[in-house]
Design a protein around this ligand. Structure first.
Ligand SMILES: Cc1cc2nc3c(=O)[nH]c(=O)nc-3n(C[C@H](O)[C@H](O)[C@H](O)COP(=O)(O)OP(=O)(O)OC[C@H]3O[C@@H](n4cnc5c(N)ncnc54)[C@H](O)[C@@H]3O)c2cc1C
Length: 369
């Protein structure tokens, strides 16, 4: 079987891995990025309708506390706009009763990106040479070797699809998912694998809904599109309209725990029954809907993520390690960041750290920041 040799192998093509690849593209090193899915972006997913990009993963960045995201957007020539919050909100009690209440503005202010969050990933991909990103390449095993590591793509219970040898690896995927789905040889130290399994994957247990409309009838009656519900299925709703209007949008997170959620069609139907109670009858007749249950995504969530954390966990590099096997494998991915972990900002920060730790490979300079 073919064994492809590179200096550095990046595993995972979410924002963190793609950013690491763009940083490495500025160096003389040889590298390849292996992505399990047939698309890049990971938890960033922005399906479009008539040229308008929705966000089924992250919608927001917070310029005041996200300097890396803001700088990257600027460098890629992308622009953002503040989350629309003008008007009153709606609150739905457990018995279904609905009230109009004061809005709850996000602090610090949240911004959205024109072109959807995927614009960040697309912009970075334009800076990565061809044939570096290998889609449909799920890594199932990583074995330490005297000169680095050997990586197997495929499934352990089937004939391996292909193999790679690299001096260093940047593991840019959720640590819990890595500990659960990759066979490491030699076995990882017990404390490290425990710490990786303990690091819940942020938002992996969530599901998100997006509805698009030709008109925003809720705005005409003084509502912002913000809503909170104790009976669901949507638990939290926000305006998802274009910056200057059409298409108008309502987007929200499902309030029902992953284990109790029904199929996508059943959830959409229940949501379209709920929205008119909050925002008027037209809210039940969108021109387009999108629904994504992240808990059902094998390359994001594990069964441990189905009981998702309600509060943002205190993430840290697993067991205090930036890598293992004498830094043959370096952690990236937002859950391993020591600042703004869980968020886009943490995905970028952890990638910068991993690339800056790739010492000893010719052409690698420390990260651009
Ligand atoms: C619904 C939702 C809403 C969110 N809202 C926000 C928000 O508003 N603002 C914000 O800052 N953050 C938000 N987040 C979090 C944000 O999406 C993440 O912080 C960020 O996208 C993580 O990027 P990452 O590259 O670290 O991980 P991921 O995006 O998870 O990338 C990991 C990649 O590894 C790949 N992979 C997995 N297993 C393998 C394998 N065995 N072999 C090869 N590849 C593999 C995956 O397919 C994936 O592409 C949200 C997340 C979700 C799900």
């Amino acid at each position: 079987m073919n064994l492809e040799k590179v200096d550095t192998l990046i595993i995972g093509g979410g924002l963190s891995g793609i950013y690491a690849a763009a940083l490495l593209a500025e160096t003389q090193t040889s590298f390849v990025l292996l992505e399990a899915r047939s698309r890049v972006g990971g938890r960033i997913l922005s399906p479009s309708h008539q040229g308008f990009f929705t966000d089924m993963g992250p919608s927001w960045y917070w310029p005041v506390i996200n300097p890396r995201v803001s700088a990257l957007a600027g460098m890629l020539g992308l622009t953002g706009f503040p989350q629309f919050e003008t008007g009153q909100a709606r609150f739905q009690a457990r018995d279904g009763h609905v009230e109009t209440v004061d809005g709850y503005p996000m602090a610090p202010p949240a911004w959205r990106l024109r072109g959807g969050m995927i614009a960040l990933v697309r912009g970075l991909c334009n800076r990565i040479p061809e044939n570096i990103i290998r889609l449909d390449h799920p890594v199932c095993a990583i074995e330490r070797r005297s000169d680095g590591a050997q990586v197997t793509v495929g499934r352990l219970d089937q004939k391996p699809r292909c193999r790679f040898a690299a001096a260093r690896i940047i593991l840019a995927m959720p640590p819990r998912l890595a500990a659960r789905s990759i066979l490491f040889t030699p076995e990882l130290p017990y404390d490290l694998s425990q710490a990786m399994l303990r690091a819940s994957t942020w938002m992996a247990g969530q599901a998100k809904f997006f509805a698009l409309y030709d008109t925003a009838d809720w705005r005409k009656i003084g509502l912002s599109g913000q809503g909170f519900s104790l009976c669901g299925p949507l638990g939290e709703i926000h305006d998802g309209s274009g910056e200057t209007g059409r298409p108008y949008g309502l987007t929200g997170f499902i309030g029902i725990p992953a284990l109790r959620r029904k199929t996508g069609d059943a959830m959409i139907s229940a949501i379209l029954d709920q929205l008119p109670c909050l925002f008027g009858s037209a809210a039940g007749q969108p021109v387009k809907v999108f629904y994504r249950d992240w808990a059902r995504e094998a390359f994001t969530a594990t069964e441990y993520d189905l009981r998702s954390a309600h509060n943002h966990p205190e993430f840290l590099p697993p067991s205090g390690n930036m890598g293992f096997w004498d830094d043959t494998v370096l952690f990236a991915g937002t859950e391993t960041a020591d600042h703004m972990s869980g968020y886009l900002e943490g995905a970028l920060a952890s990638a910068e750290r991993a690339v800056s730790l790739l010492r000893g490979i010719p052409g690698i300079k420390s990260s651009r920041r």
